[in-house]
Design a protein around this ligand. Sequence first.
Ligand code: PLP
Length: 370
Amino acid sequence: MPEIHFNKKKGSQLKLFTPGPVDVPKRILDEMAKPNDTHRSNPYREMHLLVEEGLKKVLYTSNDCLIFTSSATGIMEACVRNLLKDDEKGLFLSIGAFGDRWHQIGEGNGKNSIKEGVEWGQAIKANLVNDLFEKDNYDVVFVQANETSTGVYNPLEQIVPIMKDHNALVCVDATSSMAGVKVEVDKLGIDVCLASVQKCFTIPPGLAVCSISQAAIDKSKEVKNRGYYFDFLELLKKNKVHETPNTPPIPQIRALAAQLDYILNEEGLKNRFDRHTKLAEFTRKWAAEQGFEMFSEKGYESNTVSTIRNNIGIDIGKMVSTLMERGYKIVNGYGDLKNKTFRIGHMGEITLKELEKMLDVLKDIISEMK
Ligand SMILES: Cc1ncc(COP(=O)(O)O)c(C=O)c1O
């Protein structure tokens, strides 16, 4: 049985199949343990530039890429504060818990925040977006790529161009898919594409990144009360000289620079995206073999996290804790979906072999419980 309490000496002994933070390989942990110069030094600037260049490749963009000392929620708040004027309308397209959270951030910042969405488990389709823009005008749209609570991936290729045709700025939360699923920022015209690093990038938490378009930069210049810590214009000013305005988590940035090199030059982007597709397909097939249905709408299932419906009425809490005793961690459903669903994260550096091994153990546990 693994140590499932704080293990001061060895660290966690669990293998994480979670939708973030994810299992981090030793080569990345070793990278984080290396000493660094300060954030106002040439070695830092070289490293920061490597991250900017790597992110541009991962996101298929020539837009500026920024590094934030926060998790993804910080950039979600930054989008609201920097891009939406007080007399404008923000459209928050929610398909789950994280879409709802973005809307809450809009309201919490006193912005005119309109939430629209579909039943949890479904994706946002082109006809809904067309209908919304026919009835009203929105200045900025906020939407998830991958909704981690429901395991649904929105069809960005279909819906973003409609928003752009209506001259809206488009912010995409790609937290649980960036570097695991292909998003072509420039082709789609996404203005801000954001993520934290503790998911598909496979870095311990503490850092978030985004691309930002010239249109979003120009808009920021017109928006008052952008705040201080997450002011896009201050971040951009320092980013031009490959620095951040304040002290960033330098070990995470070192690890991200190394990981971007690994992703782009060792595994290769296509192989990485294909691996995530295979992991998801394998998980869905396994779930069906155990008699489970997917919670996510067919054709829109996530490649990075599988949200599985508890249609066989199993005690999910017990299933998760028994699996933990055997060395693996998956998670219960998010918020209202607790016990109605469970989630298997298959993002980051997970291999098909590792996934197969964990699912074999989980299969035995389910058989014992049935
Ligand atoms: C889709 C999505 N958006 C936003 C967040 C919030 O990210 P963070 O915890 O890095 O702020 C998460 C976290 O799981 C997420 O999955």
